[in-house]
Design a binder for this molecule. Structure first.
Ligand code: ZN
Ligand code: FE
Length: 256
């Protein structure tokens, strides 16, 4: 299995996973990058997985379905490009001989889902859309801080080795904010230097891993003293309660 991020628009990735014969793609916001890749590599599109309803994640679905006949899966309760099979918490979907478990992770949108596979050539992987980003998390368009925190906690309980495939290259700007929250976090300083050098070479900073995100991502670290203290000092968190800390951090990031 090979995992490839296809860059589209200004900072989206369409993740493509293939076995040299058939492929799946996640959140195709447009069709041309996928069709060009399939043509160049002689690979057939088998399946399209959708995490949430935003156009930069769904805009290419109809064209790809029409061109390839690919199966389409998406969340239960969101406006979706029909026809498709809808999935919710506890459902599994078999693609390319792999089993993906569906997690409901509301917050960015009300019905956002993620797709987790525990074994792709021995390694776990999650397609998490706009819920978890490297060093950050999605904006709360349709959910509450408590919902989003619960969704992120669900993701952070996946094995540390889980590759985190998010849909946007927001890493450097997220890490700038993370350093404002935790200036003394050495893992964060080191990872920022690493990602800066990747971006200078126009390379992708993803996938990240759950283990790394737990060490560098303030939105997964709301229970840490350092993070709670910063949220109180700079963002008016009323207490050390993780939901209050999370809500204050998210507001701070929106203004940062
Ligand atoms: Zn989105
Ligand atoms: Fe997006």
């Amino acid at each position: 299995m090979e995992l490839i991020p296809l860059p589209v628009f200004s900072d989206n990735y369409i993740w493509l996973l293939h076995n040299h014969e058939r492929a799946l793609v996640v959140d195709p916001g447009e069709p041309t990058a996928v069709l060009a890749w399939l043509e160049e590599h002689g690979v057939v599109l088998d399946t399209i997985l959708i995490t949430h309803h935003h156009p930069d994640h769904t805009g290419g679905v109809d064209a790809l379905r029409n061109a390839t006949g690919a199966k389409v899966f998406g969340p239960l309760n969101e406006k979706m490009p029909e026809p498709l099979k809808r999935l919710g918490a506890g459902h599994t979907v078999e693609v390319l001989g792999l089993t993906f478990h569906v997690l409901e992770v509301p917050g960015h949108t009300a019905g956002h889902i993620a797709y987790y596979c525990e074994d792709i050539d021995g390694e776990p992987l999650v397609f998490c859309g706009d819920t978890l980003f490297s060093g950050g998390c999605g904006r709360l368009f349709e959910g509450t801080p408590a919902q989003m925190l619960k969704s992120l906690e669900q993701l952070s309980r996946l094995p540390d080795a889980t590759r985190v495939c998010c849909t946007h290259e927001y890493t450097l700007s997220n890490l700038r904010f993370a350093l404002a929250v935790e200036p003394d976090n050495m893992d964060l300083t080191q990872h920022t230097a690493h990602c800066k050098s990747l971006r200078e070479q126009n390379l992708v900073t993803l996938p990240s891993s759950i283990g790394l995100e737990k060490r560098i991502n303030p939105f997964l670290r709301t229970a840490q003293d350092t993070v709670a203290r910063a949220a109180r000092a700079h963002a008016g968190a009323a207490s050390n309660d993780p939901v209050a800390v999370f809500a204050a951090l998210r507001e701070w990031k929106n203004r940062f």
